[in-house]
Design a protein around this ligand. Structure first.
Ligand code: 4AD
Ligand code: MG
Length: 435
């Protein structure tokens, strides 16, 4: 007889039928004659099983077992009113009687035991939302004729500045863990057109924040002959498509996570576009301060936007908002300068509403070899490590651009989670390399 997924049998069609489920003991109550075993299966389905106590050996939480019985409906049954009246139990393994994941444990302990915390309902729900997000974005790229590619994670040079590079020993040489696949995607657009990738990016982030990981999943896209207008519209379409599909496919999970689905579904294209200048003026009018070393001073033109500024700019918004036209000096060497405005970069960051903040950065790339060389030089980077990248400007350079989205940042917003460590199954931070 085949096994049933619990999610599939909690359905009147199965009433009175012989059912076989397998999984782990989630809750347990043994009375003199009857035992109530709430069982969690491999996809997080939960159902109550009732068996004569004489047939039930000494069980512990998380023991693995298989139960065969008949499906009944019983209002008193915990977890949805269905119950299996079991007639046969097979034990796979009796768990040690000290399963460390219980209610009201500290966040740190839950992280230390993440390999076991993943069995909790919250983590299973987040994992499902995350999986659907990955599936939906892949579908969007397939439907819109972008080609999926992969890029190496062991690289020779920085993309996003030297301060967050992770060095690794590479035979007799030194390499780094990739911060972004962008430079490789730029190489691929010459033969593959619009391309996208999803893979890990690494940042040696030394600050502890609720939105930075040392390893995160990075979705990046790049295309030839694209414009800033295209870059706005591609990201708008992608995000709206994601929200519509996710809220349809994962309604129950989002509700469990207390995500206001209605608010989420209000997002529509186009999103507002705010120039960096407007953003700074707005922040200055609200007297926003930024930390400079020991000092707290008023934000001024030329400063990068920090999380506090992003919170203010996105407060009370329904849609995400683009901020474009940052000063060249706060952006990496590869960004293209606005030919019409000296010192201004043709870049755009997308900020999520309700203070969730930056989810993507992108823009046009410098396609002129001389300008690019002078940027590499003025940033103090080693020209030799970029010689292959410069070839892309030597042989048929074209205007092009793209963007990168942090998947955990997306999960954080869509699933309404505070801490980015909840948005990935096995988080990596400065303080955490295990499990
Ligand atoms: O803004 P970033 O650094 O931009 C780039 O890497 C570009 N090369 C992307 C491109 O144009 N192809 O990173 C892009 C996004 C950020 O907006 C953020 O969502 C996420 O990646 N991100 C992080 N997510 C989690 N932890 C970190 N430490 C992150 N750093 C960036
Ligand atoms: Mg950025």
């Amino acid at each position: 007889m085949k096994y049933h997924r619990i999610s599939e049998i909690k359905n009147d069609e199965f009433l009175g039928k012989e059912i076989r489920v397998r999984g782990w003991v989630y809750r347990l109550r043994k009375q003199k004659d009857k035992s109530f075993i709430i069982i969690r299966d491999e996809r997080g389905g939960i159902i109550q099983c009732v068996l004569p106590s004489a047939r039930v050996p000494d069980l512990t939480i998380e023991s693995s077992l298989e139960i065969q019985g008949i499906l009944f409906k019983d209002e008193r049954a915990k977890e949805g009113g269905y119950e299996i009246r079991g007639n046969d139990v097979k034990i796979y393994s009796i768990a040690n009687n000290d399963f460390p994941i219980r209610e009201y444990q500290s966040t740190e302990l839950l992280l230390d035991y993440r390999h076991l915390t993943l069995r909790t309902r919250k983590m299973i729900t987040i994992a499902k939302v995350r999986a659907t997000i990955l599936g939906v974005v892949r579908n969007w790229f397939i439907e819109n004729d972008w080609m999926e590619v992969t890029a190496p994670t062991l690289v020779k040079s920085a993309v996003e500045g030297g301060s967050t590079l992770f060095p690794v020993k590479y035979f007799k040489d030194e390499a780094f863990l990739s911060q972004s696949a962008q430079l490789y995607l730029e190489a691929l657009i010459f033969s593959l057109g619009p391309v996208w990738t999803i893979g890990p990016s690494f940042r040696a982030e030394k600050s502890r924040t609720l939105r930075h990981l040392a390893e995160y999943l990075h979705l990046e896209a790049e295309a030839p002959w694209i414009s800033m207008t295209d870059l706005f519209s591609i990201q708008e379409k992608l995000l709206v498509y994601l929200v519509r599909n996710l809220t349809r496919e994962r309604r129950e999970e989002l509700e469990f996570l207390n995500r206001d689905i209605q608010a989420l579904n209000k997002i529509t294209e186009p999103f507002d576009k705010l120039s960096y200048n407007q953003a700074i003026n707005d922040l200055r009018s609200k007297d926003i301060k930024i930390q400079e070393g020991e000092l707290l001073r008023k934000i001024e033109w030329g400063d990068d936007l920090n999380i506090d500024s992003e919170k203010i700019l996105t407060k009370d918004r329904i849609n995400p908002v683009f901020v474009y036209g940052y000063p060249l000096k706060v952006k990496p060497f590869y960004v293209k300068e606005d030919p019409e405005e000296q010192g201004i970069a043709l870049t755009t960051d997308l900020l999520l509403p309700d203070g969730f903040g930056e989810v993507s950065s992108g823009g046009m790339r410098e396609d002129n070899i001389d300008l690019l060389k002078s940027r590499i030089m003025s940033e103090g980077l080693d020209m030799n490590s970029y010689s292959w990248y410069l070839d892309l400007r030597r042989y048929g350079s074209v205007p092009h651009g793209g963007f990168g989205i942090g998947i955990e940042r997306l999960v954080r917003w869509l699933a309404n989670l505070e801490d980015i460590k909840e948005c990935v199954l096995f988080p990596r931070t400065m303080a955490r390399l295990e499990p």
